[in-house]
Design a protein. Structure first.
Length: 60
């Protein structure tokens, strides 16, 4: 999947909290932000969760 760069303006306190959370989860800040956005999109039904690998493999 190709990724697109996007400049993000964010409150310094929010950025600091996200960086701490990312560190706790052993993720980069970028990966943490993307993870949180995806989770919110799944919960709102705006993005379908990916199929589990086992299901993809069994359909071949």
């Amino acid at each position: 999947m190709a990724k697109k760069a996007y400049p993000l303006r964010i409150d310094p306190q929010v950025l600091s909290a996200l960086q701490g959370w990312a560190d706790d989860e052993l993720r980069s800040l970028n990966a943490q932000i993307e993870y949180l956005l995806r989770q919110a999109l799944y919960q709102q039904g705006r993005l379908k969760p990916p199929k589990p690998k086992a299901l993809e493999d069994s359909q071949d």
